[in-house]
Every structure is written in structure tokens, then in C-alpha cells.
Design a protein around this ligand. Structure first.
Ligand SMILES: [Ca+2]
Ligand SMILES: [Ca+2]
Length: 300
């Protein structure tokens, strides 16, 4: 039955290629295949230990409340060769502490009952300019969830009409687990620069459809970055290219995050189509973002 459904979806996708984006099912990867012989591995985490390697990552890097929930380091674990970022509702708030990266200190802001998940980054620990960056993972399956593998630089907010000083590069973002059948099993990739206010600029390659169920099977999401363009990959095959605004010429750090739809720690409604978390059935909780590895390569 699943094979029949996938076949039907594939046919619909071919039709959808000529329809407006709102009805798009997402395009299949089509383009070059990454050739790792052109690269050398320069940084990686296989998540083989029993806790997060603090020489490579930091927790909760900017805030406690994040969109419709809370980021808390207790939601992040390493087990069975994977990083696991859990996501679930907690009636009892978790312990009140978090690392404030702006002040470089531990804060004790109040946590409340609500939706809890986590985020890690390599900020102030590892940055890289150009190369190939890949994550192998299974996405958290629930309405209202937004998982992502992305890159940032301290100059992203610098408004100069260019992305060359620093660009948010979203290697993948998942927010299509919802009851809209045309969006399920898709991710998006894109860029943002010149801050997030009125000068914000960005571009996207749009939706990519994933043939292997992204919620139960591992897939790889990659980014090749050189001085001319960003090339996005799914399972080693190109999904699209961007160079709008000029690509970042500065080193960038990595992030793995999960967020809930909503604002100020209160889950509500929808966010860019992520779905209403209140519609999530019990069977999906706790949801987990399961990451087998992150690998960074540099051009030989
Ligand atoms: Ca800029
Ligand atoms: Ca692993």
C-alpha cells in the first residue's frame, strides 16, 4: 500500500511541477551528485559517546523561551550512536538554569509548564568557511514542530545590501508534518541576510520532496559552499542552488535546533504552515530529532 501511495505521489509531483508553489508537492533532487573525493573531512561528530561533547557543541545558546516552547539542555542527549533532541509537554517545569551566550554566564530565568525541546550550536567553538556540510538524521514527527540544520555568522544582522558579510544558511528546515497531504515529507532550504527587520533579504530553493520517509528513515541533508554559490543536497544529489546577495565570505558556525509554533513560550496556532501543535495526537509524543552524524569537509 505504501509503495502504491508513493507512486501516486510521484505522479502528482510531476504534475505539480507546473502548478503554482502553493500547490507544490516539492521537487525531487535533480542535479549533480556530491563527489566526496574532492573533499577532505576536517570536523565531525558521530555522536558515539554517552553525552554531548562539550568540546564541539554548546547548549541553549541564546534564550530559554523559543517560539512556542522552551529550550533546555536536559532535552538533549547522546545515545546509541545518535544525538537525540526530544520534544514534549512537561507539566512540571525543568530546572531553572541556562547558559546565556551574550553575557557568558549561567542564568536562572524561570521556566514554566509547557513544551520543551533543545538546541545546540558550535558558536565560539567551531566555524568554517566553504566546503561541504552534511547531517544524517530522522526528523521529529508532530504537528507544530520545526527542526533544522543551519549555519550562522555574527554579521548576519549587518545591513549592507549584501550577504557576503554573513548569511543564515538553512541547509534544511522541516515544518511540513501536518494534515496537508501535499506538504508532508518535504523540507525547505534557503538563505537570509541583512538582519530580520525591514532590510531583511532572502531566497529559497523551495520545497524538496523526500522519497524515504524522513520521519522514520535516515536521510542526509547537505550544503556545498564555495565563493560563488550554495548548492543544496538531499542524499548526495543536488536539490538547488542559490547565490542571491552574494554568498558569505566569512566563516559560519553550525546549529541543530527544534522549535514549536507559537511565541513567548506559548504554543499556539500555526507558523509558516508547521501545523497546530494542539492537533497532534498522543502517539507522536515525545517526538525526537535523531541525528546520526554531522560532518564538515573542506575542498582539497
Ligand atoms: Ca549584510
Ligand atoms: Ca552516529
Amino acid at each position: 500500500m505504501k509503495i502504491i501511495l508513493k507512486s501516486i505521489i510521484t505522479v502528482l509531483m510531476l504534475i505539480s511541477a507546473v502548478l503554482p508553489d502553493a500547490f507544490s508537492l516539492g521537487k525531487l533532487p535533480q542535479g549533480k551528485t556530491i563527489n566526496l573525493d574532492e573533499f577532505e573531512l576536517v570536523w565531525s561528530d558521530e555522536f558515539d559517546g554517552d553525552k554531548l561533547d562539550k568540546s564541539k557543541w554548546t547548549y541553549n545558546w541564546w534564550e530559554t523561551e523559543r517560539k512556542g516552547g522552551y529550550w533546555h539542555e536536559d532535552m538533549v542527549s547522546v545515545k546509541d550512536g545518535n544525538l537525540v533532541i526530544g520534544a514534549e509537554y512537561k507539566d512540571e517545569p525543568l530546572e531553572n538554569y541556562h547558559y546565556d551566550k551574550w553575557k557568558d554566564q549561567i542564568n536562572f530565568d524561570e521556566y514554566k509548564a509547557g513544551w520543551y525541546t533543545g538546541a545546540i550550536s558550535t558558536i565560539n567553538i567551531y566555524e568554517q568557511k566553504y566546503g561541504y556540510f552534511e547531517v544524517r538524521c530522522k526528523l521529529p514527527a508532530a504537528y507544530g514542530l520545526w527542526s533544522a540544520f543551519w549555519m550562522m555568522n555574527g554579521e548576519v544582522e549587518n545591513v549592507d545590501g549584501s550577504g557576503q558579510d554573513g548569511t543564515e544558511v538553512d541547509i534544511f528546515e522541516s515544518f511540513y508534518y501536518k494534515d496537508h497531504w501535499w506538504g508532508n515529507d518535504c523540507v525547505v532550504s534557503g538563505i537570509h541576510y541583512d538582519g530580520y527587520g525591514e532590510d531583511h533579504k532572502g531566497d529559497s530553493i523551495g520545497k524538496t520532496f523526500i522519497e524515504n520517509d524522513p520521519y522514520t528513515e535516515y536521510n542526509t541533508y547537505g550544503l556545498e559552499w564555495n565563493e560563488n554559490e550554495y548548492i543544496f543536497y538531499l542524499n548526495g544529489v543536488e536539490t538547488g542552488r542559490l547565490s542571491t546577495g552574494g554568498v558569505s565570505q566569512n566563516p559560519e558556525y553550525l546549529l541543530l535546533t527544534v522549535e514549536f509554533s507559537g511565541e513567548n513560550g506559548v504554543a499556539s496556532g500555526d507558523r509558516h504552515g508547521a501545523g497546530d501543535i494542539n492537533k497532534t495526537s498522543d502517539k507522536n509524543w515525545p517526538a525526537e530529532f535523531v541525528v546520526d552524524y554531522v560532518r564538515c569537509y573542506q575542498y582539497k
